[in-house]
Design a protein around this ligand. Structure first.
Ligand code: AMP
Length: 361
């Protein structure tokens, strides 16, 4: 059978998830002549409004999955909480999913994820799997008196996490995260949070963007500065981590890897996202081929694009009502404005972002 790849322009790419990442994937796919079908249960979703076609249905809706499999040449996703069983089902229906089910399954469970990294020889925070307050009390002597408790599944933007303030707090801390299966992590004394956005194509080639330096506020990404100032050794470590992760998962597409930098430059992995990543939005104005086009290229079996930075970029998320400043931002020649078309500016909701460019140092 002749290979379907590279997919020719005019092919249909399925995207599970209709948020801003899906919207920017659809825009990038359109640039290369592809069409996108979005699967998303919410009506009027950001991605649906720029896609050729939308299936407004639950992610596990049997009919919608059949339609996706029948009409799409490849199916990808824009968020990691798509049930791994959905990807399995799509594959059974004859669809090609990229990235596949394994990266999704590993990333969805924080304990599996940490074990995966350790099996690759990649350093992470010390941790323990937790299913009761007694597990917390038992692990604290090894992990340190103050440790971070996170739900194993479905946490994001700092949700589903709480600091455990010593053994006497074990019971209450477990209750604070809803009494769910969890991971307890030793506190990492990091000096900076970095991330690397990396891609692997269908022929196994890998391309990494320069590092981003990330600043969070109340658990949500606020700004990314890229390329981050980092020693060659730090950059090489990040690339080696991304490369080993992509290869071990036989990954196709773009991945975001979140890193902690320790005093002295050593890196620990926090987590990876099997998708395009908020800390990669700077590439939209700082690189010839941004992370969204790169992901489309990878899943479509096209050659990967260049990843070197053409400018220094500060990316700032517009949260909640900050996007109401669009008039001033539109009039600011130093601001490259991206808006997601969300109707409701709820507190802390990601409504858009701004890239500000400076010449490279
Ligand atoms: P996460 O949901 O795992 O990305 O964690 C959200 C944020 O919590 C990270 O960006 C860090 O700022 C902080 N954090 C997560 N894990 C640790 C840790 N083990 N030690 C210290 N800070 C952490």
């Amino acid at each position: 059978m002749p290979s379907r790849f590279p997919l020719p322009p005019g092919s249909m790419i399925g995207v599970i998830g209709g948020g801003q990442l899906g919207r920017m994937l659809a825009l990038a796919a359109g640039r290369l002549g592809f069409d996108v079908t979005v699967l998303e249960p919410e009506p009027d979703a950001p991605a649906a409004r720029v896609a050729a076609r939308t299936l407004e249905a639950a992610y596990d809706d049997a009919e919608a999955l059949r339609s996706l499999a029948d009409t799409c040449d490849v199916v990808t996703f824009e968020f990691e909480n798509v049930p791994a069983a959905v990807v399995e089902r799509l594959q059974m229906l004859g669809a090609l999913a990229a990235p596949g089910q394994r990266p999704l399954a590993v990333a969805q469970d924080r304990v599996n994820e940490k074990e995966f990294f350790q099996a690759q020889g990649i350093a992470t925070a010390d941790f323990a799997a937790i299913s009761s307050p007694a597990d917390i009390a038992a692990a604290l002597p090894r992990l340190g008196a103050r440790a971070l408790l996170k739900t194993r599944r479905e946490g994001y933007d700092g949700k589903g996490q709480t600091w455990v303030e010593g053994e006497s707090d074990a019971e209450a801390a477990f209750a604070r995260i809803g009494g769910k299966p969890a991971i307890l992590e030793a506190r990492v004394p990091f000096v900076r949070e970095l991330s690397v956005i990396a891609a692997r194509g269908r022929s196994g080639e890998i391309a990494c963007y320069p590092l981003g330096e990330n600043h969070h506020q109340a658990g949500v990404l606020r700004t990314t500065l890229a390329p981050a100032r980092a020693s060659d050794a730090t950059r090489e470590q990040a690339v080696a981590i991304a490369q080993a992760t992509l290869e071990a998962l036989d990954y196709v597409g773009v991945m975001g890897v979140e890193l902690f930098e320790l005093d002295g430059g050593a890196l620990l992995v926090n987590e990876f996202a099997p998708r395009v990543h908020n800390s990669g939005h700077w590439t939209q104005d700082g690189c010839e081929v941004d992370q969204f086009e790169q992901h489309v290229r990878a899943v479509a079996g096209w050659p990967l694009g260049r990843t070197d930075a053409l400018a220094q970029v500060e990316m700032t998320n517009l949260l909640g009502y900050e996007a109401d400043d669009w008039r001033a931002l539109a009039a600011d020649p130093s601001a490259r404005l991206w808006l997601y078309g969300k109707r409701e500016p709820r507190e802390g909701r990601k409504m858009g972002h701004v890239n500000r460019l400076r010449p490279l140092p």
